[in-house]
Write a protein of this length. Structure first.
Length: 107
């Protein structure tokens, strides 16, 4: 199968072995239109691309910020549960001590 390559699937990737590009017959040589972009337009375009490139970083930063807050809330809830458990334990110990004191006074 000896078929010629296409633009998407060239026969070879070596540029020296590919067929040279031929100038278009519809345009005369040297008819390229000049670039009319001004420096302001270029700067704003570059700023937009810089902002677009920083969006994933900002999203990751916001995600990590939210995760840190979530972890802090989790730690606070664990501390609260532990404090309530210790309070109930202390109340039970206090009741036992009062009962023991009352039993000692009664005898």
């Amino acid at each position: 199968m000896n078929t010629a390559g296409t633009i998407d699937r060239p026969l070879t990737h070596d540029p020296k072995k590919q067929a040279p590009m031929k100038p278009s017959t519809s345009e005369p040589a040297g008819s390229a239109t000049p670039d009319f972009t001004t420096t302001g337009a270029t700067d704003s375009r570059q700023n937009r691309t810089r902002e677009m490139q920083l969006i994933p970083e900002a999203l990751a930063r916001a995600h990590m910020h939210e995760r840190l807050h979530e972890a802090e809330r989790e730690r606070q809830s664990v501390r609260l549960v532990t404090a309530r458990r210790m309070q109930r334990r202390a109340e039970r110990a206090s009741l036992r001590a009062r009962r023991a004191l009352a039993m000692a006074v009664m005898q």
